[in-house]
Structure formats: C-alpha cells, structure tokens
Design a protein around this ligand. Structure first.
Ligand SMILES: Cc1ncc(COP(=O)(O)O)c(C=O)c1O
Length: 465
C-alpha cells in the first residue's frame, strides 16, 4: 500500500473528530426550559423566602442574574465571547482506541478533550462569559474562590482578556500542594490569596479557631463574597453550581452532539466527574434534553456522575436546602449536601472537595434522570495511569474519577459482549498535578471514607426550612 492510501485508511477510522470554527454553537442550551417540574427556588438566607433578583445584585451583574432564572431554551452567546472561545474551541472528540484495545472490550469509548484551553480545563467556558458580562456592566474587579486552582486560573485568564482585576481565594491545602497554579494566575494578572486568610473577617475567625485550617471551598467562597460585598466596584464570580455556570458549559455538549452525529453514533452511557457539577452538566444536559423531549435515540441513555468517596455528596448526602458556603452568606439552595460546615479530607482532586452540588444536576439525579458512583483516590489514579499509558494524556485527578467509571463499564462490556458507546467528559489536563501522580507512584496516597456517624448527624446540622 502506498503511503497516501495508508494515511487515508487511518483518517476514515476517525480517531479524532474536529468541528470547523464556524460550527461553534451560537447559543447556550438552557435545560430549565425542558424540566418537567421547575427547580425549587433559592431562598434568602435571612427571611427563608424565595430570593428576589435584587437580592443578588450586590454580588452578580444583572445579565447573569437574568440567566440564572431564565426558562428560555436558547441564550445567545455574545460575539465577543465567541471570538475568545475560538482560541481553543471547538474542542476535539476522541475515540480512545488504544485504551479499548488494551482492555479488549467490544465497547467504543469516546471522550471530549477540554484540556486544550489555555488554562487547561473546561472552566474558561464560563470564566470568559462571566468576565464579559461583568465588564459590560462596568465592574472593575472580580473575586472568587478556587480549589485545585483550575477555576482561579480560568477566571484570571477571562479577566485578563476583558481588562478586569481579579482576586482569587485559593483553598490553603491546594495553595500549598500546587504552587504552579498560583503562578499561572499571576501570569494572567490576578492576585492569589491562601484561604482562610487575614483579609476578611470570616477568614480571621476561622484562623483564630484553627491556625492550621486546611481550608475548604465553603470557607473560600465566604471570603470571596465578603470581599465583593464590601467593595462597590467589585463583584463575585462562581466557577460551578449555579444555573448560569452550567448554562455556559453546555457549549461542550452542543459541540459533542454534532460530533456524534458526524460519526452516526449516540452514547449509551455518559460519565463525568462532579465537583459542583458544571463540566458534566455542560456535556450531558443537551442529551438529557433529548430525553426530556422524548427523542427515541435518548431512551436508553444512562448518565452517571462520578465523585470521591472522601466527599460523597450525591451518593451519601441529603437532598435538602443548605448554604453554599461555610459562613452562611449564600442563598439556600436545594441540593444534595454533606452540610455547609463539612471540611473534606485533603484528597488530591481539590476541585471535587465541595459539600454540595449544582441544584439542576441534583434535581435531575433526585428525579431519576441521572445516577452517581463514588471512588477512592487510589483506584482513580490507577485509571489515570492506564489512560496516560494508552492514550497519552496526563489528566487532572478530578477527571480521573470518570475515567475509572468508563474503564469499569468497558470491562463489564467485555464480560457481556455488549458493544456499548461509552462517553466520558475529559475536563482537563493534570500538568500541574504531578505531585499527586508522584504521591501515587510512591504509594503515599491515602484513601479516605466519609464516616458513617457524620452522615447520621447530617440532618441535625442542616438549616431548618
Ligand atoms: C479539571 C476539573 N474537572 C472537574 C472539576 C469539577 O468541577 P465541576 O464539577 O464544576 O466541573 C474541576 C474543578 O476544579 C476541575 O478542575
């Protein structure tokens, strides 16, 4: 066979499915338009009455508040946001053929690769949009929290491109484990502060109680909100959980649908890691939308969230109203929760150490449209290692949770002989997480399990609504 013919044969097998730049979606998909029953409303933490849009104005710009409550099915993506998305979007869909071959599975495994963005994850899909809408309303500075540093670096990137200042409160355990993410934030002009910090009243209070507090996302959120509320030119930005964040991430799933169409495939099962739920919601909501609209191709689809056993929000939490942060500053959200005072053990998937999850994703789980599984970090890193050895990419520890699930599903297919189409959302690279890989390689990773006594005590610790 001559060289060209060989090249062509390989191309036909479509290891990688790319969309052209002009195939980028022009509108985000809002699943609130298709929910059989509406979301339970967020509640004002003082009055316990449903939140009014004005209640959110000290911390968010008006357009994002509008998007939060909107039930329009499509929300237009502004041209200036599309222009920035084009730096790395559309992202490729890969067929994990080498992993399939290694596992000797009849299943076909696909993943969409968000690690190609400048900060290395899905997070800029919303960071860029949020920076843009704040800039349009004259905001000068954004504050936020970050766990692993992925979100902080994404917001630093978004703010840099739209000329905003940015202050990031980074959970102290991750700040110490991941200095390179802090440097990345600084390269994009942001200031990064370890949380709990001396900057805020709430941070000082926590440090008084425990000077060695490892911090948590809940604490860092409280600090970032306090900073925003106390400064008129400043607003707060959240990297996950809220409806508008999940909305912006649907650019992933909308591209994915087109890519599956090009292959004449439709997933049988979709896996994604869930910290607050944004990347997985972004990938799967357009497909759950098919289900809600009664499309026949989606009838058998299973959608499975993957989380750590150390922070088992969906698999062990209670579905109830709770605060999003430790200081009880945020509205009460109806979600699966481990309690707003939960401080998770210092596992390496920093972005999955959050006590709650997105209300939209929680409702869909509660109503039976989604399921959840939980894993220990050693089995998760085993999967990440196998993925790196077969497919080449070194992925984020967060993402590795759904790779574990995809591999387990492919192995089940090997036993049953089913040729399932397995998809997982590959949310980011692990280039700044090599210390975690090192700990795994040196057998120093500890598996933590959320104690059963804590679960029993959980209901008492939740706000009475
Ligand atoms: C690479 C990566 N994937 C997933 C997550 C989890 O967040 P979410 O559930 O909002 O996608 C994070 C959070 O920091 C992350 O950095």
């Amino acid at each position: 066979m001559d060289k060209n013919a060989q090249w062509c044969t390989k191309m036909v097998r479509r290891k990688r499915v790319e969309l052209a730049e002009d195939e980028l979606p022009r509108a985000w998909y809002n699943i609130q338009a298709d929910l059989p029953t509406p979301l339970d409303p967020p509640l004002n933490p003082q009055t316990l009455e449903p939140l009014m849009p004005e209640d959110l104005e000290p911390i968010f710009p008006k357009e994002l508040i509008r998007q939060e409550a909107s039930t329009e099915r499509w929300i237009k993506i502004p041209e200036d946001v599309l222009e920035v998305y084009r730096i790395w979007r559309p992202t490729p869909l890969y067929r994990a053929e080498r992993l399939e071959e290694f596992l000797r599975t009849p299943a076909r495994i696909y993943y969409k690769w968000e690690g190609v963005s400048p900060p290395g994850s899905h997070k800029p899909n919303t960071a860029v949009a949020q920076a843009y809408f704040n800039m349009k309303e004259g905001v000068q500075r954004l504050t936020t929290e970050t766990g692993a540093g992925q979100w902080g670096s994404a917001l630093a990137f978004g703010c840099q491109l739209f000329g905003l200042d940015c202050t990031v409160y980074m959970v102290r355990v991750s700040y110490n484990q991941k200095p390179y993410r802090r440097i990345l934030m600084e390269v994009w002009g942001a200031e990064c502060v370890p949380s709990p910090s001396e900057r805020t009243e709430f941070g000082r209070k926590i440090l008084e109680q425990d000077p060695n507090s490892p911090g948590s996302l809940g604490i860092a959120i409280s600090e970032a909100i306090e900073d925003a509320v106390k400064h008129d030119d400043t607003k707060y930005s959240l990297g996950s959980v809220l409806n508008h964040v999940l909305l912006h991430q649907t650019v992933i799933g909308l591209e994915l649908k087109k890519q599956f169409e090009m292959l004449d495939e439709y997933p049988d099962v979709m896996f994604g890691c869930v910290g607050g739920g944004s990347n997985f919601a972004g990938a799967c909501f357009p497909f759950i939308g098919d289900k809600l609209q009664g499309k026949p191709e989606a009838r058998g689809l299973r959608v499975v969230s993957c989380e750590p056993k150390a922070c088992p929000t969906l698999t062990k939490g209670i579905y109830a109203y709770d605060h999003g942060d430790t200081a009880c500053l945020t509205p009460l959200l109806k979600m699966y929760t481990l309690g707003h005072d939960f401080v998770p053990p210092p596992i390496h998937a920093g972005g999955l150490r959050y006590h709650g999850d997105a209300p939209l994703l929680c409702k869909l789980t509660h109503d039976g449209y989604m399921e959840a599984v939980a894993y220990h970090q050693n089995e998760v890193f085993e999967a990440a290692m196998l993925f790196a050895k077969t497919e080449g990419f070194v992925i984020a520890p967060e993402t590795a949770h759904c790779v574990r699930a995809a591999i387990d599903e492919a192995l089940r297919c090997k036993e049953t002989g089913e040729e399932k189409v397995i998809f997982f959302a590959n949310s980011g690279h692990g280039h700044f997480d090599l210390a975690a890989y090192d700990a795994f390689l040196r057998k120093k990773l500890v598996d933590y399990e959320y104690p059963e006594e804590e679960i029993k005590r959980l209901a008492e610790r939740l706000p009475r609504v």
